[in-house]
Design a protein around this ligand. Structure first.
Ligand SMILES: CC(C)(COP(=O)(O)OP(=O)(O)OC[C@H]1O[C@@H](n2cnc3c(N)ncnc32)[C@H](O)[C@@H]1OP(=O)(O)O)[C@@H](O)C(=O)NCCC(=O)NCCS
Length: 171
């Protein structure tokens, strides 16, 4: 399988916040944003492996500021690291200033997708090559985040989390 650069996995979408997408304060529903982020990160994961992918986990979601009705919202998703069958995807969310057009980052989330075969079982994905400083920084932290996520999901024993141990105990 041919390795891919993070750039090759980039997926972008632009949305308009309509009244039906908002709560009683006129701000975008968190759940709506999560759904948008899920879709765009699945496209990014698919661009990486060209297989059917499923959401395995959603982590580090931050809703730093409300997004108002009528906002123009851009979501950018890129695979930050690929493991055996799973891929970590970062989604960055930007809101466009209605007057200046400047895009200000408002939210971010980290998704994990797994490539599956026709029976829903995990299958191998290509390696991911980070190029920019930010891509390298996200790549470096991905194994720690994977191990922490698996521990919290009860799928890994803390003792087996070598990368986390290194972080906390300097091993
Ligand atoms: C995701 C899924 C395919 C994993 O299957 P599984 O039998 O747990 O497979 P494994 O334990 O072999 O794990 C496969 C990969 O998933 C990763 N994974 C599993 N659970 C995870 C979790 N909670 N967080 C992060 N990664 C996870 C494993 O680390 C492994 O990655 P790797 O191959 O890169 O090392 C399976 O749990 C599934 O189908 N889940 C439902 C997906 C879905 O329907 N999503 C939509 C939600 S409604």
């Amino acid at each position: 399988m041919k390795a891919k650069t993070a750039k090759e996995t980039l997926a972008i979408t632009t949305k308009l916040v309509l009244p039906n997408d908002t709560n009683t304060l006129g701000n975008l529903f968190g759940g709506e944003l999560l759904a948008w982020m899920d879709v765009i990160s699945s496209i990014s994961a698919h661009r990486h492996c060209k297989r059917v992918v499923v959401t395995a986990a959603v982590n580090n979601v931050s809703f730093q500021q409300p997004i108002k009705e009528a906002s123009i919202v851009t979501l950018e998703a890129k695979v930050s690291r690929a493991f055996t069958s799973s891929m970590e995807i970062f989604v960055d969310v930007f809101v466009e200033d209605n007057v200046t057009g400047e895009k200000v980052k408002s939210n971010e989330a980290i998704y994990t997708f797994v490539a599956v075969d026709q029976n829903g079982g995990p299958i191998a994905v290509p390696e991911l090559i980070p190029e920019t400083d930010l891509e390298k920084q996200r790549f470096e932290g991905a194994l720690r985040r994977k191990q922490l996520g698996l521990i919290l999901a009860g799928k890994m024993k803390p003792n087996d989390a070598g990368e986390l141990k290194k972080l906390f105990m300097g091993e």
